[in-house]
Write a new protein. Sequence first.
Length: 305
Amino acid sequence: MSHTCQLNVDDNVRELLRHVTAHDHVAPLSDGVLDALAQGAESASHEPISLGLVVDDQLAGFGAVVDQGERGALEMCVVPEFRGRGGGRLLAENLLVRAREAGVASRTWAWSHGDHPAASALAESFGFARERVLLQLSTKTVEEELAVPEVNAPEGVEIHTYQPGDEVRWREINNAAFSWHPEQGNQSAQDYARIVEDHSFDPASVFFAVHNGDIVGFHHTKIHTDHPSGLTMGEVYVIGVDPHVHSRGLGTVLMNAGMRHLIDSGVDAIELYVESDNDAALHVYKKLGFVNEIRHISYAPQDHT
């Protein structure tokens, strides 16, 4: 007997997500979705939707629909022991019913982390079309002599780490550089207040390029100690340069500064995410030694515009 029920992220859900991650070697729900569930409707256009799948009185799956700016995201998973029994279809169907009731189904995109064939078949059966491929690249381990160029800033440019108040220009540059991006663009002042006020925020993790006293670019790095690979993984999280400034290689300088920081902090390897059609960035990243590839697929709803 299978059914779904309203379920928030509790210890049982966290254990389920850890179990699925260990089996699939990729997290089934993104950090962005989990963050949106934790924040609730505080900065969203609708209350997050989260459902558990229960099979024979056991928690067998979990899924959510959350607001992510101009789009919504549907992400879900079923534990390996209960796959192939129709539970994934039931969970997806009920999430979409809730999304339609909330009036957000037409702008909700479904994600498959790791590009599972079963997820592809399920998405297509509900009328979603495979439209976007996000690549997750990682370097060789530091023990394999990962080479990162020295940080040589252009004349007149200084590199410094976060200082209180930097989040104003940080947000302005981010929104200008990523105005085209459905999730990263259009960030609010509240979004950045949450970042810098979070207990885990490390001011040394964010680098800024400063020219004539004005911030003109940034690199936000992260370190993951619970990565699915089992490694302590550094992440090139977001790099942005003010599009009104002739960059003079600022993106590369910021990239190198952040990578040097991650290596000096003791990470085993470094990862980043990049759109599959960004040929220029892919060329740069592969030259730096980013090789291993995991594919994350975004499926567009039928009536999206």
